[in-house]
Design a protein around this ligand. Sequence first.
Ligand code: ASP
Length: 333
Amino acid sequence: MVRKHAVLMASCVRLAVGALGVALGSAAAASDAFPSKPIVLVVPFAAGGPTDVVARALGQAMSKDLGQSVVVENRLGAGGTVAAAFVARAQPDGYTILIHHNGMATAPALYKKLSYDPLKDFDYIGQVADVPMTMLGKKDLPPNNAAELVKYVKDNKDKVTLANAGLGAVSQLCGLLFEEAVGVKMTAIPYQGTGPAMTALLGGQVDLLCDQTTSTLPQIAAHRVKMYGVTTPARIKALPNSPTLDEQGVKGFSMKVWHGVYAPKGTPPAVTARLTKALQQGLKDPVVAKRLDELGAEIVPVEKQTPAGLQTWLKAESGKWQPLLKTMKVEAP
Ligand code: ASP
């Protein structure tokens, strides 16, 4: 009886081990085969803007390492939250991933009904690059420097228009910080990305736009806009002769954009690890490094190009911006 029981137990164990082997084997096979088709990299803003520029450079370089195309898909709307919600609900198989900026940290404080939680509904691939911003005016706006701009904004109050890429866009955040520093509200005009916002500024339909150097440097170099200052505490390499806003009296002004790549929660760890490797390899590509450098973007150190690097950073940024935005009582739709 005892012997019979032992034999039965042994065959059960063999069966279980066999099943586990099959399961592990097929999971390994699935991630070994990854990627077996093109990957969609979702960009939350319009084509031609700063997030799109970084995404296209990165996507091309990642595709070299992955041996599959990385196709950029622009999903616009609601300051980047439409795209983030889309990726949060996508199949967690690594074939739909998201690139986003500070908006991942700010949206929960700005939107009453956000359908995703940036800290719970994603797996993290890694950070990409940091980008400073510049405050620009349309070419014929009267002020010639930040001090004159502050006076002009105060004298003209809500007649001054400020373009942005929607509630939760970094252009909007920069505008909010500027209004807070100056103590005056301007009229915000939302677009679906910096691409269309910049077209409006160049066409003279709006007065101001604060945005990433990835889009603003070419316009500054061609003298198509007025440049009022860099948003970082120190001057930047790409614009050594342009003073910061802080230097010109907008004391303490500090704003920098960061980008991260995300996958839907539940993506197999082997797949996220493969994507992280491709991201790191992509950022080593000299063509990408040169392109980003020319646009004022700074590739983050390799320890930030990791899931833990992005997750830690997102937590810290959420803790920094969300209480501030709540005290600023920004209108939620
Ligand atoms: N720079 C944008 C923002 O203000 C969006 C974009 O990349 O087009 O968030």
